[in-house]
Design a protein around this ligand. Structure first.
Ligand SMILES: Cc1cc2nc3c(=O)[nH]c(=O)nc-3n(C[C@H](O)[C@H](O)[C@H](O)COP(=O)(O)O)c2cc1C
Length: 211
């Protein structure tokens, strides 16, 4: 059965733009793959711990202590969820020109040598394959064009993190200028929803075995 992993990271609960759009994406995916299994990983509601010396030892060396073993177990769990997914939907608000630290902590547990990436013949190889990713980027301002484009440390960073572990089929959906009042926010939601509608067609689900 096809699996869709949904990672939400907004701290704004029910009013979140990225959560609203991630759910819109899920509903559209279910229209074209009604039997798909949806797995939610909410790093906004249940934060992934920041790295400590124990987590680094547990994830990047040989786990020995209780804390190291616990960190390794969490990393194993997050990576297993990601590996099993055919499609990943990531709700990624822009926080201070980048991503929420909770989402960063998720990546810190998922980018793992010899498990999700490896070095071979002097170059890095991403070890994950065959995944389509939709990233919803909600932003108070506009960063897709104009002078503030240079301040976008969200999209290039996400592209690099995902690409590093082998995920290159990424569609970015922008909801911009959501901080300029209700009308602007609504317009951003409508634009992003129509982008999702155009993107998630039966063709999109080739990777999901049409199930
Ligand atoms: C802690 C924090 C930092 C933010 N930093 C930025 C920023 O650097 N640039 C920006 O355009 N908007 C910024 N915003 C606004 C959010 O990107 C915007 O409200 C977006 O809708 C958040 O996504 P959400 O609605 O899914 O929570 C910030 C919001 C918060 C709460």
């Amino acid at each position: 059965m096809s699996k869709i992993l949904v990672i939400n990271s907004s701290l704004s609960g029910g009013t979140s733009v990225s959560r609203t759009l991630a759910e819109d994406a899920v509903q559209r995916l279910l229209e074209v793959a009604p039997n798909a299994e949806i797995i939610y990983r909410d790093v906004g509601d249940a934060a992934i711990p920041h790295l400590t010396s124990s987590t680094v030892a547990g994830i990047r060396a040989v786990a020995e202590t209780q804390a190291e073993l616990a960190a390794q177990a969490l990393s194993d769990e997050l990576i297993a969820e990601l590996k099993a997914a055919d499609v990943v939907v990531i709700g990624a608000p822009m926080y201070n020109f980048s991503i929420p630290s909770t989402l960063r902590a998720w990546f810190d547990h998922v980018l793992r040598p010899r498990v999700t990436f490896a070095y071979k013949d002097g170059s890095v190889q991403g070890l994950l394959q065959n995944k389509r990713v939709i990233v919803i980027e909600s932003r108070g301002g506009i960063y897709s064009e104009g002078p503030t484009k240079a301040m976008d440390f969200q999209e290039p960073y996400l592209k690099t993190l995902l690409g590093f572990i082998g995920i290159t089929d990424i569609s970015f959906v922008h909801a911009e200028k959501v901080g300029s009042g209700a009308e602007s926010r609504e317009k951003a939601l409508m634009t992003a929803k129509s982008q999702l509608a155009n993107m998630i067609t039966p063709d999109f689900m080739g990777v999901l075995h049409s199930s």
